[in-house]
Ligand binder design. Structure first.
Ligand SMILES: [Zn+2]
Length: 482
């Protein structure tokens, strides 16, 4: 795909690129030929002033939720265009989410503790969720994400059954609640249905974990096979972790994903304790174990690739396995700083997630990746702002199985996020430094518009489908308090 490279200085007539191949409809239908005028647009490697983006409407037909043309050097809004004032990015992709962790916000910050003590509190919330309460909570959480400019979420989902492990009458009631919640909040979801079968190496699930378990990977696969993709929803697979899926069961999950060409995610190496337990049980690291059982590869993404050896980095990078870092959660849970820079140099594509939702702010995740590396190395400049934004957009969409997404170009999903350049955080820098401003100064509070499939989900900072998101969050969380 060629991209227009005209600049304000070098071109006086508008330049247009259009889609050359028909694209499958992935999202809700947008009105034919709808045009957005972007005051400033980030086009992957630079910021352009005055860009017109047309959605759908090719050949006089109805729109398909994809961009049909991008025209640069358009100094004023064309008649009838929707104006997006500020800096417009492609929609942000939150590649790793556990929606229910949002109920813990602020309640797990008192006193000392570790990842493992935090987990006990998290399990207490998990115990109280039903398909109804989870639907309400997830709808509010995904609406919060839309307000933060997130247009696609990867929901790493393991809360499958009723407490105690009894299946619901609809065995996928919990997953369906999440898919419906995303639709109602106006964002895309990749439901990464996770196999979670054991408490540790050779240990059956604990009382809390019984509702996560299908018993065997075969039973997991059977249940997942009933999940249907929809315009706004993709279905993927997940291995909770090497401690939660016995080695002999890993291949069943990997095969299920392979047969469907579906994304496969795995918590790879969040805690040193699980690395040690894995070495004790199998004489190898989690990365090596996953590689030996056919789990690694270009459609696989490792979450928290944090405690890796040089050999692990070579395995992950060399296989094209992705790396999803969740820096705000990793620092919140005292996990450690993963070798994301070395992984990317070794061939592992990067994406970002807000995971436990201690905060929901993909710009903060992007900023933290670079700043963590600066603290560790005491040198600056490991990633450019452009590279960090690519991880938050195209990288995340690729990890979630959304093709041709996370870019502003013909054929891509018409998902857009607009930041104001006039807030106390963003005022001042020249717009050509918009990428640097977005990553190193802006926050989720600077998101003014979120467009999904050519439709406003957030307009002027207000959600168009969920009228009062803070109220919805407060109510949903209150319902879960013990
Ligand atoms: Zn996670």
């Amino acid at each position: 795909m060629t991209r227009d490279s005209g600049t304000a200085a070098g071109a006086t007539t508008p330049r247009t690129t259009t889609a050359t191949t028909p694209a499958a409809p992935p999202g809700a239908t947008a009105p034919a030929g709808r045009t957005f005028w972007l005051e400033h647009a980030w086009l992957g490697d630079r910021v352009e002033p005055g860009v017109a983006v047309t959605v759908g409407g090719r050949g006089g037909k109805g729109g398909d939720g994809r961009i049909s043309a991008v025209t640069t050097d358009v100094p004023a809004p064309p008649p009838g265009a929707e104006i997006l004032r500020g800096l417009t990015l492609p929609g942000l992709a939150n590649a790793h989410s556990h929606a229910f962790h949002r109920a813990l916000r602020g309640t797990v910050q008192v006193g000392a503790g570790t990842f493992w003590t935090w987990r006990e509190v998290m399990y207490a919330v998990a115990d109280r969720l039903t398909p109804e309460t989870y639907h309400r909570l997830a709808r509010a959480v995904y609406a919060e994400m839309a307000l933060a400019g997130i247009t696609a979420v990867g929901e790493f989902h393991y809360l499958h059954h009723a407490p105690g492990g009894t299946p619901y009458a609809e065995p996928n009631a919990m997953g369906e609640a999440l898919v419906a919640a995303a639709a109602e909040a106006g964002i895309r979801i990749t439901l990464l249905d996770a196999a979670y079968l054991s408490a540790g190496f050779g240990e059956p699930p604990t009382a809390h974990q019984r509702r996560f378990s299908d018993g065997t990977a075969e039973a997991w696969a059977e249940r997942c096979s009933d999940l249907r993709e929809r315009d706004h929803a993709r279905i993927g697979a997940a291995i909770h972790s090497v401690r939660a899926v016995p080695a002999r069961e890993l291949e069943t999950v990997a095969r299920w994903a392979q047969e469907r060409r579906a994304p496969l995610h795995v918590h790879l190496s969040e805690q040193t304790a699980e690395n040690e337990a894995c070495r004790e049980a199998h004489g190898r690291t989690p990365a090596r174990l996953l590689a030996d059982h056919g789990v690694l590869g270009p459609r696989t993404t490792g979450i928290h690739n944090t405690h890796l050896t040089a050999q692990d980095i070579a395995l992950v990078g060399g296989s094209g396995t992705g790396t999803c870092m969740c820096p705000t959660t990793e620092r919140d849970l005292a996990d450690g700083i993963g070798p994301a820079a070395a992984l990317q140099r070794g061939g592992s594509p990067l994406s970002l997630g807000s995971d436990s939702h201690a905060v929901v702010d993909l710009l903060e995740e992007a900023r933290a990746l670079e700043l963590n590396e600066r603290l560790r190395t005491r040198t600056r400049g490991h990633w450019t702002a452009n590279a960090l934004l690519r991880a938050a957009t195209a990288g995340g969409h690729a990890a979630l199985g959304w093709d041709r997404a996370g870019t502003i170009e013909p054929g891509a999903l018409a998902d857009l996020t607009t930041l104001t350049l006039e807030s106390v955080r963003t005022a001042g820098p020249p717009p050509r430094l918009g990428a640097e401003t977005a990553v190193f100064a802006a926050t989720a509070a600077d998101v003014r518009h979120t467009v999904v499939a050519g439709r406003h989900v957030v307009r002027d900072g207000a959600h168009t489908l969920v009228p009062d998101v803070p109220h919805a969050l407060a109510q949903a969380v209150r319902a879960l308090r013990g």
